[in-house]
Write a protein that binds this ligand. Sequence first.
Ligand SMILES: [Zn+2]
Length: 203
Amino acid sequence: MTVSWTPHRFTGGVLALDTANTVVLRCDPEKTFDRFADPTEIARFAAAASGFRASELGGRALAVSSPRTIAPVVRSIRETTDYLFRGAVQGGGVAADNLAEFLRACADGLSGSQEAISIPTQPFGNAAMPIAFEAALAVSALSLLREDTIARIRICPNCAWLFLDRSRNSSRLWCDMAVCGNRQKASRHYRRRRPTAKEIANV
Ligand SMILES: [Zn+2]
């Protein structure tokens, strides 16, 4: 079944975190699944991300030459990004060993690219041409490596997605208030209204 790449699936705030969040429910071994299990979804994700991440990308479109060919490097950047920054949020720092793996994965994404990136006002290069998705993913992931950015990465308490909190007072709790915030509210409401059999027996 094809994935519907809705705005909710781009609440990470940057391309690299949106990509990390294509693995759903990472913390639940029973329920977790990979939205890139079918590599053709990488191309569909990239097409959607070209729109949702247009301001980050400086208007550059993302190009996917062959989803199957790039799938291993995309997964490797995705997994090392998640591991590095989730660990940084949980442990308060970037683990040097994890950083080495992350940099190797990013290097693979950039390797062989003829791009000129980090041009002033054009961090992803010249917007006149599309950029290879794996190269853009590496640039986005590397852009997270700043102390003030890491300080704003959060883990959604409902779905465990990573997201960048750009709120003025750094107080955003949910990846998406309309989805995860409401689900938590609904479950609290449900618990209040429908006590369990054990709770009833204890009354
Ligand atoms: Zn969430």
